[in-house]
Design a protein around this ligand. Structure first.
Ligand SMILES: [Ca+2]
Length: 207
């Protein structure tokens, strides 16, 4: 039994399955949105609602605070800024990712508020279906905070993972996103290991 456990641990660690982020350019370090998409409009002023841009420090809008990204916290970093929608629309951010079927995943992102006024009410969704309670962007401006949710991939091998804004407030409701991550948890090797460990405990309990 011990030999079996060792093999499973080695297999999990050698392949790096546990730590692979399925989101491409989730830190926006290309300076571009792609391959992610948004149903909002790209805008260089950021004054209209339902707009986005990718910035390094200057958040463009005259009333918003300027600050560095979450990835580096200095001039090397890039992040997405969003002027929240006041009319519904689809996801502010979305990306279609490859997943393993029937696997638990943790979806997370770092969020900041651009102006301390009506913080955005956000949701994580998969294929348009809500998988998280509504969560608020940080109350204070220019402070990065992580939000996350876990879900099971079901029968899917490809999913659209999405961030939706449900606030629909015109004034305020402006936020930033960085370092979006989708990782399998626990690793397939750990799941098998837990199964083996459970079997071992059951056997010990038998008289
Ligand atoms: Ca970044």
């Amino acid at each position: 039994m011990k030999n079996t456990i060792c093999v499973l641990v080695a297999a999990a660690s050698c392949c790096g399955i546990a730590s692979a982020n399925q989101v491409v350019n989730g830190g926006f370090q290309t300076g571009l949105l792609g391959p992610s998409t948004s149903t909002y409009a790209f805008d260089n002023t950021m004054y209209p609602p339902a707009t986005w841009n990718i910035v390094s420090y200057d958040t463009l809008h005259g009333s918003w605070q300027d600050f560095y990204d979450h990835t580096y916290g200095d001039e090397r970093g890039w992040y997405m800024i969003v002027n929240g929608t006041d009319q519904g629309l689809g996801p502010a951010w979305a990306q279609t990712v490859t997943v393993t079927a029937n696997t638990d995943y943790n979806l997370s992102g770092w969020f900041a508020t651009l102006i301390q006024l009506a913080p955005a009410s956000l949701e994580f969704r998969v294929n348009g279906v809500t998988i998280s309670p509504i969560f608020s962007a940080p109350n204070n401006a220019a402070t990065w905070e992580q939000r996350s949710v876990s879900f099971n991939s079901g029968n899917n091998t490809s999913l659209s993972i999405e961030i939706w804004d449900t606030n629909q407030v015109f004034s305020g409701n402006d936020y930033a996103i960085d370092d979006i991550s989708l990782e399998a948890v626990p690793a397939p090797g750990s799941l098998a290991l837990a199964g083996v460990a459970g079997l071992s405990i059951m056997r010990r309990r038998r008289p």
